[in-house]
Design a protein around this ligand. Structure first.
Ligand SMILES: [Mg+2]
Length: 390
């Protein structure tokens, strides 16, 4: 069925044998690749800057008097507490530019990022049975057959990919290798930047041991707070309670999900196919907006509405998408997908703010802004009664 998306170097019979083999071996090998401070890294190369100097991309700070937002920043600027979507004035207070401080403020160079991203994705997709781009700077690779189920080969492959992307494009990447998307994603966060972390199937328990539940993608701040009320702050504590007790504090769905995560079973397939089902909302401004702070607050309202609608419908999504239409009707859509479906408002709020801040063209008046929750998952019994927006 998915034959077309498998690497052509393997015949079907070979794949079938491996598949049988894998039934015995039991697990897939998933790689997650995340570019390190991608936008800032591309600008650093483009302008030949010193990566040790705090670089802040976004609106003109006008010596602290400017309005507007931070698009994104490099690791040196993050040390000052500067974050994507922060008001540019606050960034300036934390790390002013010359002569008051070391901050280097720049406006993003449009077009540079998608070009660099395409090159990275081309390198990555060549080495996978199945490949899924999760956003402009993130991708999942299923390499189970590509590496013949061999975890050492997967590690060697990852090292080569990391080197190739650095040598050919000058960009730093972090990789996670694991039996599920969640473990791969958590792995790439583990030694950032320029890190590689591999979690073998028999290392899952020790990987989760003592780890805060907040680090698990799929556990949003709300669920974490509810668990904390019951004295559960680590993954191991959750596991000790067991599914039945957990379903009493949270929900049956969550309890069975977290137990599967801990067992290394919970994982969505790496797939280039996306579910078309989505729920979204848009807002058209009466007057085209040049103030991106006010567009951002309108976007926040849309995210709230969409997430409460999703909750009412009993659905969760794996993809957040922000739509921006400029004066003259040019429309851009920017998306980011997460390893598991969620219905947590704060998670998608952060994704929406990040996508907006990183991608908005600060020079152009905005006519419309929209948010869409995509790749929906829902209880199958309710599927037929739901209606979805385009
Ligand atoms: Mg990244």
């Amino acid at each position: 069925m998915l034959q077309g998306t498998y690497s052509s170097r393997h015949g079907f019979a070979f794949f079938k044998n491996l598949r049988l083999c894998r039934l015995f071996m039991g697990s897939r090998i998933i790689i997650h690749c995340d570019l390190d401070a991608f936008f800032a890294a591309v600008e650093t190369l483009h302008h030949n800057l010193d990566p040790e100097i705090p670089l802040i991309l976004g609106s003109d700070p006008k010596n602290g008097k400017g309005r507007g937002i931070v698009s994104t920043c490099n690791y040196a600027a993050r040390k000052y507490g500067i974050r994507s979507a922060m008001p540019i004035g606050e960034a300036w207070r934390r790390c002013p530019g010359p002569p008051l401080g070391p901050g280097h403020y720049l406006k993003s160079t449009r077009g540079l990022y998608s070009r660099a991203s395409r090159k990275v994705m081309a390198i990555l997709s060549e080495s996978a049975d199945r490949f899924e781009q999760a956003s402009i700077d993130e991708a999942y690779l299923d390499v189970t057959d590509f590496c013949d189920g061999d975890w050492d080969r997967a590690l060697a492959l990852t090292r080569n990919l990391q080197m190739e992307i650095m040598n050919e494009l000058g960009l730093s990447t972090s990789f996670g290798i694991g039996p599920t998307r969640i473990l791969a994603k958590m792995g790439s966060e583990e030694n950032k930047p320029a890190g590689i972390h591999r979690t073998l199937p028999d290392e899952i328990i020790s990987f989760f041991d003592g780890r805060s539940v907040r680090e698990v993608p799929g556990i949003g701040p709300k669920t974490a707070t509810r668990l904390a009320e019951w004295g559960i702050s680590t993954v191991s504590e959750a596991a000790e309670h067991g599914e039945i007790a957990l379903s009493r504090f949270t929900s049956e769905r969550f309890a069975s999900w977290i137990m599967r995560v801990i067992d290394g079973e919970s994982s969505d397939d790496v797939s280039p196919l996306r579910s078309r089902k989505s729920v979204g909302k848009e807002y058209t401004f009466e007057i085209d907006q040049i103030d991106c702070e006010s567009v951002l607050s309108q976007l926040s309202l849309l995210v709230k509405k969409v997430m409460s609608r999703a909750k009412d419908m009993g659905v969760a999504g794996r993809l957040g998408e922000v739509k921006i239409r400029y004066q003259g009707f040019e429309t851009h859509t920017h998306g980011r997908s997460i390893p598991v479906a969620m219905d947590d408002e704060s998670v998608f709020m952060r994704i929406a703010h990040g996508l907006f801040a990183e991608n908005v063209d600060l020079d152009r008046p905005i006519r419309l802004v929209g948010f869409r929750l995509g790749n929906l998952e829902m209880p199958s019994s309710r599927q037929s009664t739901l209606d979805f927006e385009e």
